[in-house]
Write a protein that binds this ligand. Structure first.
Ligand code: PGA
Length: 237
């Protein structure tokens, strides 16, 4: 496992604040059962559960022959600060020694409900990189330029971007593929040669269309049921 950018396609299941420990364990059992084939090495597959589920999931993945060969763990956020007096924040140190490879940073839920700014997101990117965690920075159209400006050249060379149009997220109505393709160009114009994912109501029936114009997807709703997530991975093979 590695936090490196060296993948051809990346799929991240974002559970948001769904599930308890029992449901997380059951999800892994059902997912392993429904998985027909182990994804190819070029496909990086990450599940990002809520923080308290991480230890249980790390243990369950390590104990399952199929899953331990490919399934990685991610987080949905990072503290913008190192370990210290920051009540309620989860620092990179707090995550050790769990095998976290990836962090979703600046998701629209974080920007919208927790009022995160481009500058805080840049600090979170730093924290992720310091802990060898791949930062996946989410942007909508109106955040592309300001977020690119808030990151240093070095940060821009080490992040993956995710284009996440707010109206498509959780709506069951994915964004038109042509619009995603245009946004990928705008993101590359602002950030340089970055990898770009798309997120917003991706399902097994549409994932291949988006992978044709992006480097991967953040999958919310369709990652919550293990059968849906297994179907989605199968649609990529
Ligand atoms: P959704 O979530 O697949 O449920 O639209 C995607 C996301 O929040 O990144």
């Amino acid at each position: 496992m590695s936090s490196s950018i060296q993948f051809q396609k990346l799929i991240i299941g974002n559970w948001k604040s769904h599930k308890n420990q029992t449901q997380a364990r059951d999800w892994l059992i059902d997912f392993a059962q429904n998985l027909i084939a182990i994804p190819d090495e070029s496909l990086k597959v990450v599940v990002a559960p809520p923080y308290p589920l991480l230890p249980v999931m790390a243990e369950a993945i390590a104990a399952e022959n199929k899953l331990k060969r490919f399934l990685e763990l991610g987080v949905q956020d990072m503290s913008p600060f190192s370990a210290g007096s920051y009540t309620g924040a989860v620092s990179g140190l707090n995550l050790e020694p769990m095998p976290i490879t990836t962090a979703i940073i600046g998701h629209s839920d974080r920007r919208r409900y927790f009022h995160e700014t481009d500058q805080e997101i840049a600090q979170k990117v730093d924290q992720a990189l310091q802990h060898d965690i791949l930062p996946v920075v989410c942007v909508d159209d109106d955040q592309i330029d300001s977020q690119a400006a808030a990151l240093s050249d070095e940060q821009r060379s080490k992040v993956v971007l995710a284009y996440e149009p707010l109206a498509a997220i959780g709506s069951g109505k994915p964004w038109p593929v042509q619009k995603v393709e245009a946004a990928v160009s705008s993101i590359k114009a602002a950030f340089g040669e970055v990898k770009v994912l798309y997120g917003g109501s991706v399902a097994f029936s549409t994932v291949a269309d988006y992978l044709a114009v992006t480097d991967g997807s953040i999958v919310g709703s369709a990652s919550l049921k293990p059968t849906d997530f297994a179907d989605l991975l199968r649609a990529i093979e």
